[in-house]
Design a protein. Sequence first.
Length: 427
Amino acid sequence: MIKESADQLIQRITELENRLAESEQLIDAIRAGEVDAFAISANNRSEVYTLQSGDYAYRVLIEEFGEGAVNVTEDGIIVYTNSCFCELIGLPYEKVIGSFISDLIHPDSKAAFDRCFREALTGKCKGEIDLEIDARIIPVYISLTSLQPNLATVGIVISDLSETKKNEAVILQYQKALEIKNLELLQSNSELASFAYLASHDLQEPLRKIGIFCGRILEKDADKFSQVTTDYFNRIMGASNRMQNLIIALLNYSRISTSEILLTESSLSRIAEEVKSDLNELIQEAKATIEISPLPKLKVIPLQFSQLFSNLIMNSLKYRKAGTNPVIKISAGLVQAAAIPEEGPSRDGQYWRIEIRDNGIGFDQQYADRIFELFQRLHGKSEYEGTGIGLAICKKIVQNHNGFISATGQPGAGAVFNIYLPKTENE
């Protein structure tokens, strides 16, 4: 054993005294709150990690900001953790400090974490992984950042994704349920199409035969029947005609509901004038006057809008006042959303309002919504013929154009139908 000289011993003693003085100064600083510190033992060595008082506010922030935070050495040893991370994994501070971060990673996530950790040694990395603590799996989002050159560690911010994953599972469940409902809807639409074919062919054919044969019987043997029998035959023919008209109306409603929407820029004035021309005989028979003010050009489904104007005009002609020549006025203008009656749907911007006003028998305002429902009638069949579907078709057509329709009336004072269509930027 080589003996040290007196000078060497004195030098070593001096060094030890200096290191002891520095340690005492550090301990005094820690006690005074000027330096935060903690120590860990690894590989039979104890190391002290300190946090300078200038960063104290930052440490307080990390403790309070609601996300898990850890500092990990290049070897993967956790040298700092905030309380949020300890709460997340359900382990006390003493068990977390000095442990290896890899011990907290789920086996299926280790490869992804190791790759991200290597990237973070010289920069940053983010991603989703799973933690595993006592067979409990915790999905998290991690953000890793190198803290060099100030500290030879990697800072990791850890966000709990448990609730997010639960919500995603619920959303996925709803999506699957929606897919099932969509399949059921497609099946229902297919069945509806089959019914429409059946209604347009098989159901109408017997009705046509009933009407034809009843008519032939009356033409050939009317003089052999009593007045009561002849009345019965006329009732049969009337009932079959009403049934046939009802089937046709239902088919029209079905086609409006399921037809492909293809909007075309069209002049509503031209469409209204064409409808007026098509209904010329009915208009002359009722001695009606139809005034059409200039209407805008809008992107619409022309055939559907033609049916819309036709149904509303015929509705006004049907419910005219006895002894009064019908007057029907069609006009249009722009209105602000705020000026639209409150019972309409939520909206903003501007709307085109197309107004159809008549001087007919009107109706009680309490039935304003009911008249747009299928098969709803405010008057008996003996008073006014009809299927009760015409205004329901009008409502469906307007809905196909992202609009809505409303009606106001007063018994004996006519009715007003307002169609509201959203104004587009290029109109």
